[in-house]
Design a protein around this ligand. Sequence first.
Ligand code: ADP
Ligand code: MG
Length: 266
Amino acid sequence: MELTALLEKLKLDHLEAQLDAVCEQAAQRDLDYKSFLAMALQTEWQGRDHRGIETRLRQARLPWVKTLEQYDFDFQPSLDRRQVRELAGLSFVERTQNVVILGPPGVGKTHLAVGLAVKAVTAGYSAMFLSLEALMTRLVRAKHENRLERVLQQLSYPKVLVIDEIGYLPLTREEASLFFRLVVRRYERASLVVTSNKSFLDWGEVFGDPVLATAILDRLLHHATTLNIKGESYRLKEKRRAGLIDRAGEPRADAKEELREPFTAS
Ligand code: ADP
Ligand code: MG
């Protein structure tokens, strides 16, 4: 069989695509047989690895891609960077533990959650990102269409499930109990990364029922790392630099319109 036919039969697509370059390099470096074989297989492996990362990244449906390396820890001194570094090592995923990121708007909660998801995806884990609102729409619809079990099953599959923005919208009783079911489903099986602008004390209000909120927190926090960010909004810092607000954080009279965005929930 011809070499290209063999590569096709064996589905070594990446090696096939880069065959000329690989052979040229091997000749240049005067590689022995074993080293050449290793280099060829390495080419195939890297191609597959990259493709896997791209696929998992697409499947994760992140709102945007930002990495932990892009996070400016100097700007947020209340955040313990060692704790984040520890999380970046992903042993929490291996141990099916959770991460809870708390803080006011703009301190980078979504950024950190996305960054952890990117780390997980790069390391070969599956991840999925949902805002609480999108999650609720999905679960409520599934329940009404009698497919709740299937959807809960789908949501228990990703090794890292990010649920962003707990606290901006109060939940109905039905929604809160659906959320509880999801937390129970993933408990000690796969990691949740959740973000919230509300402290745990206020979760009773968010979930509309203190008993349910306690049950949710009980599962969520049993094996969890909590990052409590008590800083200033990064968005406001950028607005300040752009001269839209003064030092005291007061909007300039003529900048109100432009500043509408950072004060809304996000
Ligand atoms: P939150 O979810 O807490 O409201 P975001 O994660 O959406 O905040 O952050 C708002 C914007 O500011 C994003 O573009 C984010 O990347 C950026 N950001 C926030 N904090 C930092 C930081 N410490 N370093 C770099 N970028 C940051
Ligand atoms: Mg956010």
